[in-house]
Write a protein that binds this ligand. Structure first.
Ligand code: SAM
Length: 273
């Protein structure tokens, strides 16, 4: 278990080299969000995708706003104190621990990603409140058993956990495998736990995702896919959807004054009964 007020970095102590010659998702996502943690190949592919799919920057920003609203809801109304955020991305504004601990300073957060650059930044940036804890695990979403073992150092699986899979199941190309991963993770959590997810789609006006993702898969890593609402609903089997259900993430429980928009990225929160 990590010490309170600390960020622990364990599995990543092996210093994996960062390949800057090929565009990588975490860095391109950072570029679309207006961040500075990216390289020329990331910006080149990011610009090309944006030319094919102009709404992508809006998708990225809507996804991050969804994260903030979902975590505030989970830490507030739902009373959750533990978060397992898989596919963290490079640290930016309103990271999960900042949003959760602003509501509940004793919240405990485990971040998981497999990008070596996220690991480097996590070490520097993912700090915790004194009352809570933040840990970082370098692991692959295809290996939920390793994630659960590592997360158990910081999280108590006898108490509710919010499992966050934002923009990550789209990198598990086989839908049956993705469903099995979600089930393995949620089966390890007690009743009263939650799943929060976002996922790109060709619905909701996302037709241009098809050629943009083909370009991505030929020029960047890791390969990605979109899913229909019906395919995404399979991840929610056995869970109870929180209102307003599976919707464009830009429409989920808006804050006062937020404009209801539609971006081709589904978002939802669901409870394990
Ligand atoms: C689109 S970003 C989303 C970041 C953040 N969750 C958000 O919603 O803003 C996807 C993240 O998933 C990570 N990722 C991709 N494939 C992964 C895998 N197989 N295992 C773990 N992380 C992965 C990437 O490195 C990247 O940081």
């Amino acid at each position: 278990m990590s010490e309170s007020g600390d960020v622990g970095v364990r599995d990543g102590e092996r210093a994996e080299p960062i390949d800057t010659s090929v565009a990588h998702n975490a860095r391109v996502w950072n570029y679309w969000l207006g961040g500075k943690d990216n390289f020329e190949p990331d910006r080149r592919v990011g610009d090309h995708v944006r030319a094919m799919f102009p709404v992508i920057g809006e998708v990225a920003r809507a996804d991050r706003r969804f994260l903030a609203r979902a975590v505030r809801h989970l830490a507030g109304e739902a009373g959750v104190r533990q978060f397992l955020d898989i596919g963290t991305g490079l640290p930016t504004a309103d990271n999960t621990h900042q949003v959760a601990q602003a509501v509940a300073p004793d919240a405990r957060i485990v971040y998981v990603d497999n990008d070596p650059m996220v690991l480097v930044h996590a070490r520097a940036l993912l700090t915790s409140s004194a009352e809570g804890a933040t840990d970082y695990v370098e692991a692959d979403v295809h290996d939920p058993a390793s994630i659960l073992t590592a997360a158990a150092r910081t999280l108590d699986f006898d108490r509710p956990v919010a499992v966050m899979l934002l923009g990550i199941l789209n990198f598990v190309l086989d839908t049956d495998e993705a469903v099995a991963i979600v089930r393995r993770l949620m089966d390890a959590m007690p009743p009263g736990s939650y799943l929060a997810l976002t996922h790109p789609t060709v619905e909701l006006g996302g037709e241009a995702n098809v050629p943009a993702m083909e370009f991505w898969n030929a020029n960047a890593a890791p390969p990605i896919r979109a899913r229909t609402g019906a395919e995404i609903a399979r991840f929610l089997d056995g869970l109870e959807l929180v209102e307003p259900g599976l919707v464009s993430c830009a429409r989920w429980r808006l804050d006062d004054g937020e404009e209801p928009a539609v971006v081709p990225q589904y978002g939802c929160v669901a409870r394990r009964p």
